[in-house]
Design a protein around this ligand. Structure first.
Ligand code: GUN
Length: 295
């Protein structure tokens, strides 16, 4: 059996069409244009490519979008002052500071300086807290995208054994939390594996749905999964370059071997990545609607 490929690219395109219509209506009926600023500190090539993709999508959807590039040696105080400026700018509804930040800057301090009502990444402790207790909030984009992919692909999560590999604040912890909640894409029984897990394969073999965000290429191999599993691969690993200089990417699972056992699997690229960016846009539209008192 060869798995159904869950195309994040196609699902994201569908959601972007819905958002485009919503942005048009917001402009024509309410005079509101969603505004997004992405702040990039330094010149890390991966961060540049992520931020460029976010800006392009925002622009294509008709947002007011600003790309704010800052030098690697910007002081923490200057970065905090910049965030304060955007917190007080009514044309900006969403603020994203691309991570990772240089070592001399405290990530937590920066993320906590963003107004929670403009925190479209969903990283501010206020939004994290609201997420955990199931209140309305900005959901972090990658876990939000994973839920949408599962729901729109018709994957049953209620009662499913879900195994998450990785315990990051950006993916592992929030997706585990969301999938135990009483909500669409939730009601699952969740296990989280991490670097201190004694026998990872024991857990991954039990999974009906396996979500891998380990940050290392091909850590999950075909012998570690059961027949019929649904695999969501969050990893984006640069494993080389084509002769033309384009990055060669692979995920955190051995896609070619696992697709012969799985019932459904996300590819890399074209899986979770496009969904993450799209959910950032969805959060920004939500922020603009909240700012205008429309929700
Ligand atoms: N770096 C890697 N992923 C993300 C993300 O989702 N948001 C931000 N701000 N930085 C990241």
């Amino acid at each position: 059996m060869s798995a159904k490929i869950i195309s994040g690219k196609e699902i994201a395109a569908q959601i972007r069409e819905e958002l485009k219509e919503e942005v048009k209506r917001l402009k024509s009926d309410h005079g509101v244009t969603p505004g997004l600023v992405t702040i990039l500190v330094g010149e890390d090539p991966a961060s540049i490519s992520y931020v460029t993709a976010k800006q392009k999508t925002a622009h294509d959807l008709g947002f007011h979008s600003i790309q704010d590039n800052q030098p690697e040696d910007i002081s923490e105080d200057d970065l905090l002052a910049l965030i304060d400026k955007y917190n007080n700018d009514d044309s900006i509804h969403g603020i994203l500071v691309q991570l990772p930040l240089p070592k001399h800057i405290d990530d937590s301090k920066v993320l906590e300086a963003i107004d929670p009502d403009k925190d479209v990444d969903g990283f501010h402790p206020v939004n994290v807290g609201r997420m955990v207790i199931g209140e309305r909030c900005f959901l972090p984009c990658t876990p939000h995208g994973i839920l949408e992919m599962l729901i729109r692909s018709g994957v049953e999560t209620s009662g499913a054994e879900v195994v998450v590999v990785g315990r990051s604040n950006i993916v592992g912890k929030p997706i585990a939390n969301l999938m135990i909640q009483k909500r669409d894409g939730g009601n699952a029984t969740v296990t989280v594996c991490h670097t201190r897990t004694k026998d990872m394969a024991f857990h991954t073999k039990r999974a009906d749905i396996l979500i891998v965000a380990a940050g290392r290429p091909k850590v999950v191999t075909a012998d570690m999964v059961k027949d019929g599993v649904v695999v969501i691969d969050v990893g984006v690993n640069r494993i080389g370059k084509t002769p033309e200089g384009k990055a060669i990417l692979c995920g955190d699972v051995d896609f070619d071997a696992i697709k012969e056992k799985a019932s459904a699997i996300t590819p890399v690229p074209g899986g979770v990545g496009p969904m993450t960016i799209t959910m950032l846009m969805k959060n920004t539209v939500q922020a603009a609607k909240q700012f205008a008192g429309l929700v």
